[in-house]
Ligand binder design. Structure first.
Ligand code: GDP
Length: 457
């Protein structure tokens, strides 16, 4: 085990949890549902999500009116709903979502986290990070003449975003066929878009897809059902309600994928999703790859604090350093774990990789970009061990190349040491995406981390 020995001198090996997973206070909690909204720029993501927040009662009409007023002052009236999601002034001026906006709300006794990922071409890494925390993707399509086609064909981002969600292991997809108000809810257009999109989604491995004709602008089929003669299925909100959390509570040791880090008085607050186990007040934890040891002093969940949180929940943890560990060095993309069970770190590992419909095969020495959660690094295929069939059996040893659609067992070397979780420990955290020349070429899972990291200094 190359997991590092924690840096702290204090011995926490005798630390015992006060709260158990089977306690009724713990089992009473339903894990949150995390949704990521994706789509081509201007498809109407922000408007749709703003509408969702308004119609579920999370933001008031008053707030919307206030935003509408300031929007019209700079000549962007129609953007008022979008402003509920786009947070910074700079984003308001530009009308483009830059980083990920997160909105949290509870609806009929369940917590929802909606991540509004940027549609702009340059911000794919943020989208990958969003998808890495998501149970479901809401893919927003502009149904207007040519608009869907612009997003779908050529350099449009629609397919790329769907591929990324698939690559990050997001199992559920909702297709919001948006702006249907402009088309008087024309069934022919809806069917045309659903057919093309459905074909593509099934090709990349999605089977359970809900297509919803909707309008973020009028609110049709977002939360409130629109009376359409040919559509009797669920709204977007009702579809979300029916989706289970991809992270089930389990008895494994705590693992938190750190999404954001903030300095706070006397320490650091990290936020992100718990992908395994429980966290509780006064628990000692260790953060990889920097090996910092800290004590959890406060656990923020929903809109308050609790003395524990469990797998599937999104949390803010206030950390206090132990024995002079420098918590300022913690970065988004690090993994926080139980003190006695740290996550490995390294830059050389064995992985199972599946390639999408790539133009060029992968050879030994091929370089690409590696993404896991909020971490990115340059990766080199240093060894090609074998090609695998769908069941994971070897069909060829030492292949010369890996081609489109193939799955292979390989060794990758990254340019940086990062936190690396094994697939057998945690499927979500072991998952990564590979891209080349701005296109997603495949995905994989870490299977084994090398004992000695490569010295890249
Ligand atoms: P994003 O880039 O995907 O977040 O798109 P926005 O939410 O900023 O919307 C882009 C533009 O489309 C704005 O001018 C919106 O007012 C408009 N829009 C968004 N949703 C709808 C809709 O349902 N119907 C109509 N007619 N226009 C919409």
């Amino acid at each position: 085990n190359i997991a590092q020995t924690p840096a702290a001198k204090t011995d926490f090996s005798k630390w015992k949890p006060k709260i158990q997973p089977q306690d009724s206070a713990v089992t009473a909690i339903t894990p949150s549902l995390n949704a990521v909204a994706v789509g081509h720029v201007d498809a109407g993501k922000s408007t749709l999500l703003g509408r969702l927040l308004h119609d579920t009662g999370v933001v008031s009409s008053h707030q919307v009116e206030k935003l509408a007023k300031s929007a019209s002052e700079i000549g962007k009236k129609s953007f008022s709903y979008a402003w509920l999601m786009d947070q910074t002034d700079e984003e308001r001026e530009n009308g483009v979502t830059v980083d990920i906006s997160v909105r949290e709300f509870s609806y009929e006794s369940r917590e929802y986290f909606i991540l509004d990922a940027p549609g702009h071409y340059n911000f794919v890494p943020n989208m990958i990070a969003g998808a890495s925390q998501a149970d479901v993707a809401i893919v927003v399509l502009d149904s207007l003449a040519d608009a869907f086609e612009r997003g779908f064909f050529a350099d449009g981002q629609t397919k790329e975003h769907a591929l990324l969600c698939r690559a990050m292991g997001v199992n559920h997809v909702i297709i919001a066929v948006n702006k249907m108000d402009q088309l008087k809810f024309d069934q022919t257009r809806f069917d045309e878009i659903s057919d093309q999109m459905g074909l593509f989604l099934s090709k990349i491995g999605y089977s359970d897809v809900q297509f919803v004709p909707c309008s973020g602008f009028t609110g049709a089929n977002i939360v409130k059902k629109q009376d359409i003669s040919w559509y009797h299925d669920k709204t977007i909100m009702a579809t979300l309600q029916g989706i289970p959390s991809a992270v089930s509570s389990d008895e494994n040791a705590l693992k938190l994928d750190i999404f954001n880090v903030k300095s706070s008085f006397g320490g650091v607050t990290v936020s992100g999703r718990l992908f395994a186990g429980m966290v509780q007040i006064d628990q000692p934890v260790v953060i990889s790859p920097g090996n910092q040891v800290a004590i959890v002093r406060n656990i923020g969940v929903d809109l308050g604090s609790r003395n524990f949180a469990k797998a599937g929940e999104n949390v803010n943890l206030s950390l206090e350093a132990v024995d002079g560990c420098d918590l300022e060095l913690i970065k988004a993309g690090d993994i926080l774990a139980q003190y006695s069970d740290p996550v490995r770190r390294g830059n050389k590992f064995r992985a199972r990789v599946t390639l999408f419909d790539v133009d060029l095969p992968v050879l030994k020495g091929t370089q690409c970009d590696f993404y896991r959660s909020r971490v990115s690094s340059v990766a080199v295929f240093s060894k090609l061990y074998s090609l695998l069939d769908k069941q994971g059996n070897t069909i060829k040893e030492k292949p010369r190349f890996v081609d489109k659609g193939q799955t292979a067992f390989v060794e990758l070397i990254l340019s940086d040491n990062i936190a690396l979780e094994l697939e057998k420990e945690n499927k979500h955290l072991s998952r990564f995406v590979l891209r080349r020349d701005g296109k997603t070429i495949g995905f994989g899972s870490v299977v084994k981390v090398a004992r000695n990291p490569v010295d890249t200094s």
